[in-house]
Design a protein. Structure first.
Length: 393
């Protein structure tokens, strides 16, 4: 369990190997003041506190555009809910333990009662506004809007226009009639989240299908508002030519979890950032029958990785990419830091170790003295905008 270190006005991490813009450099001293990197030197620094980083490898902090593991903190079992402040603070500790210094809370703006309802969205937005000063990870909002969640449309538009959210993805997880496999899978998942009789569920499903045409119209309006406000816009689970064409029509710049290689190719062709899941990479395959991320990285069809539902996978991912010989480590690291920062419009301050950037970085030191592999035990220190947490050894 990590322990918090109160941040002085400034500190310097000395004599580390750091991943900088032009690659790895040895003997670097990183000086931090007021949450920013102020100097990158090869000698002693003038600082309130000096930290000996000999033997440490320092990498830019992870930027996670899509993580929904916090839902397990809010409701670890069906029907069991915990206070929001406790859940979010626990989640933040888990993020920092995994080196995630910028996190997009991927909140489902859904069509179900319970944890994926608009009420939960409101509660989380309000709660995060209150809790942010106490959190280490730079906590941002990613709304995963479901097509058939057509109620309170003006409220969502107002959040976009007032810059209350940072990323919007347009989802449609309601199975189409006739797709028995997806319908049964959805029913099984829904049964874990809320309780309805068979008759109630049939009526519920039928009412949702009737909303889809209106939801498609609203999606276009949401996309237009996002572009006007400078809010990053993502598609989700593109699978068909029609999905890719719709994303191109809406000028979607983030292609999130494309389910086919062809949709990933089409995303890249229109200049989109192609986002895939680190759990898929670490496990060696998709749990929903999508493409294999290892194959997609090898083919050059992945721009960014995200934690999706399992935070430690994002920490392990770039090291595994390098171990598998898919990319050198410095290029693999761009998948989890620099590239997602650029996609979200944060590239001037996030995803790099550079003078003027936020002091977001991870210092690794393998417990056995070997090369770090990206496991939690390799993390010696995490800095998030100058707030530091060190691992107990």
């Amino acid at each position: 369990m990590p322990d918090s270190l109160p941040p002085p006005n400034s500190f310097a991490l000395q004599n580390v190997t750091a991943l900088l813009d032009d690659g790895f450099q040895d003997g670097v001293t990183i000086t931090v003041r007021d949450g920013r990197i102020t100097d990158l030197d090869d000698g002693p620094a003038d600082s309130d506190q000096m930290i000996d980083g000999t033997g440490m490898m320092v990498m830019p902090g992870l930027v996670d555009l899509h993580g929904d593991g916090f839902e397990r903190e809010l409701a670890p079992r069906a029907g069991v809910h915990f206070p929001l402040d406790l859940a979010i603070e626990s989640n933040d500790a888990n993020l920092i333990a995994s080196g995630i210094t910028t996190f997009f809370y991927s909140i489902t703006d859904g069509f179900e009662p319970g944890i994926r309802s608009r009420k939960t969205v409101r509660d989380l937005l309000d709660g995060l506004d209150t809790l942010r000063p106490r959190l280490m990870s730079d906590s941002r909002i990613h709304i995963r809007h479901e097509c058939v969640a057509t109620q309170d449309h003006d409220e969502l538009l107002s959040w976009i226009r007032s810059h209350r959210i940072d990323l919007l993805s347009l989802n449609d997880h309601l199975p189409f009639p006739g797709d028995e496999r997806k319908t049964e899978r959805y029913k099984a998942g829904a049964a874990r989240r809320f309780t309805m009789s068979a008759e109630e569920f049939a009526a519920f499903y039928s009412s949702l299908l009737e909303r889809r045409p209106l939801g498609i119209e609203q999606g276009a309006e949401l996309a237009e508002a996002a572009h006007a406000a400078g809010v990053a816009l993502a598609s989700h689970d593109e699978m068909t030519d029609e999905d890719a064409a719709r994303a191109a029509e809406l000028n979607v710049r983030i292609c999130e979890f494309p389910l086919t290689a062809d949709c990933a190719e089409k995303g890249l062709a229109r200049g989109a950032t192609v986002v895939m899941g680190a759990p898929n990479l670490v496990r060696g395959g998709s749990h929903v029958g999508g493409t294999n991320v290892r194959d997609e990285i090898a083919a050059g069809r992945v721009t960014a990785l995200v934690s999706d539902y399992y935070y430690p996978s994002l920490l392990r991912a770039p090291f595994l990419v390098a171990e598998l010989g898919l990319l050198p480590l410095d290029q693999a690291w761009s998948l989890v830091s620099g590239n997602p920062a650029q996609a979200a419009g944060l590239g001037d301050r996030k995803g790099k170790i550079a003078v003027g950037a936020d002091a977001d970085f991870i210092a690794f030191r393998s417990p056995d003295g070997g090369t770090p592999k990206g496991f939690l035990g390799d993390v010696a220190l995490v800095s998030a905008r100058g707030k530091r947490r060190a691992a107990i050894r």
